[in-house]
Design a protein around this ligand. Structure first.
Ligand SMILES: Cc1cc2nc3c(=O)[nH]c(=O)nc-3n(C[C@H](O)[C@H](O)[C@H](O)COP(=O)(O)OP(=O)(O)OC[C@H]3O[C@@H](n4cnc5c(N)ncnc54)[C@H](O)[C@@H]3O)c2cc1C
Length: 375
């Protein structure tokens, strides 16, 4: 009998594994792939807050500035010399975290797919196991979530390429507009040398729109990847002896698609709830409910706000995007963004911008959308 079994050695599973194993508990982590972090679909732009939690791992270079392109080609330039985030080697990042978990004593089983979980039993492609607590950190198609009978979050399709495409190393580019990426946005992120990750997410075919963007930017793909971004949290994240965390629970910022910071913040709540449950020997639904209360009262508020902003965003037409960028292109607004903007907490800066530019208030109404009920 293991104390904790974790399904998935992504960043969230490995982080939880490391922290619980360092408390002296028996931890086993199952990863279906033969290598940690591979394949990776992530664009690897991480806020500085992430490194305060896990340490400075996998960093390629700092990101300080952003250029946001409106559909009409006009630009909004934000940022200055302050480091806002880092571009990471995502494979290395995931591997470093898994290595830390292993160093603290967590057993990591690679190439072992979890096929079924029924508290306290775990059935994998290689054998049968038992654990007092089972954690689903198994991404968007979480098997643990399915076994808990919880519905999936809404997923936005994403496509990305790596290509030769020169841009300043400390600058990322964002392209908005329903003709560019309906419902979301496209990005160009410098990697190293003259390589960049270029991708987008969309409610329509992301591949089709990415092909159009490739043509516009005159780039040829060296490699291609695809993935899914959850844009709402699921209705419940705990059951008797079981938890789901990270993408499995839809704990991703709907404004940016960034899931690593919110996933880690929720993982902290999971670690506390698991520790308390193991100390008391109480793995009941009631004991693990503290996990959900913790994250919903913490980063959950920001995720809810991000979902609200996302719903507004999906409504805008290209002419409205052009007008919004024009309104934001004001040195007082840019000063607010530069001084107070935090990638992980957009609500703080958004409220200040609305105060400075009341003309933006007219865009604050929510359309009826088919997925609205789930959020
Ligand atoms: C195109 C794209 C770009 C992104 N860019 C960013 C970004 O720039 N910044 C950011 O913060 N976030 C970004 N994200 C989101 C980010 O990648 C995720 O939020 C993050 O990886 C979630 O971590 P996780 O550990 O919850 O899940 P995952 O990273 O998905 O890890 C889950 C792990 O579980 C394993 N697994 C699944 N099922 C099983 C099973 N049955 N048995 C055993 N193992 C299993 C998988 O193989 C995987 O290793 C991006 C996502 C996409 C699609």
């Amino acid at each position: 009998m293991y104390d904790v079994a974790i399904v998935g050695a992504g960043p969230i599973g490995s982080f939880i594994g490391k922290e619980i194993a360092s408390l002296g508990y028996n931890v086993i982590i199952f990863e279906e792939h033969s290598e940690i972090g591979n394949p990776s679909h992530c664009s690897g732009l991480f806020s500085t807050n992430i490194f305060d939690i896990v340490g400075k791992i996998g960093i390629l270079h700092p990101a300080k500035k952003a250029v946001i392109y409106a559909p009409d080609g006009s630009k909004l330039r934000i940022g200055n010399d302050k480091v806002r985030g880092y571009v990471v080697d995502r494979v290395k990042f995931d591997r470093e975290l898994a290595k830390m978990a292993g160093a603290k004593g967590a057993e990591i089983h690679l190439k072992e797919r979890v096929k079924k979980v029924k508290y306290t039993d775990i059935s994998t492609s290689k054998g049968e196991y038992k654990a007092k607590i089972i954690v689903g950190a198994d991404g968007i198609n979480s098997i643990v979530r399915k076994e808990m009978g919880i519905g999936a979050p809404k997923i936005l399709g994403a496509a990305q390429i790596i290509a030769h495409s020169h841009l300043d190393e400390d600058t990322v580019e964002i392209f908005i507009g329903s003709s560019i990426a309906p419902g979301f946005f496209a990005w160009r992120i410098p990697l190293f040398d003259d390589l960049a990750k270029i991708g987008l997410a969309s409610y329509k075919s992301s591949w089709l729109y990415l092909k159009k963007l490739m043509k516009k930017l005159k780039v040829q793909p060296l490699s291609i990847s695809g993935g899914g971004i959850p844009i709402n949290t699921v209705e419940r994240t705990y059951a008797r002896g079981m938890l789901i965390v990270g993408d499995a629970a839809g704990q991703v910022k709907a404004t940016s698609g960034g899931g690593v910071y919110p996933g880690l913040m929720c993982a902290k709540c999971a670690i506390k709830a698991i520790k308390d449950a193991l100390e008391r020997g109480d793995y009941s639904e009631n004991a693990l409910k503290n996990y959900e209360t913790c994250w919903r009262n913490g980063i959950g508020k920001e995720l809810k706000y991000a979902s609200y902003l996302h719903r507004l965003y999906t409504k805008f037409r290209d002419d409205e995007f052009n007008k919004i960028i024009k309104i934001l292109n004001d040195e007082k607004v840019i000063k607010i963004i530069n001084e107070e903007g935090d990638i992980d907490y957009p609500s703080k800066v958004a409220i200040k911008i609305f105060r400075k530019k009341p003309s933006l208030m007219k865009y604050l109404s929510i359309p009826a959308r088919p997925y609205r009920k789930r959020i």
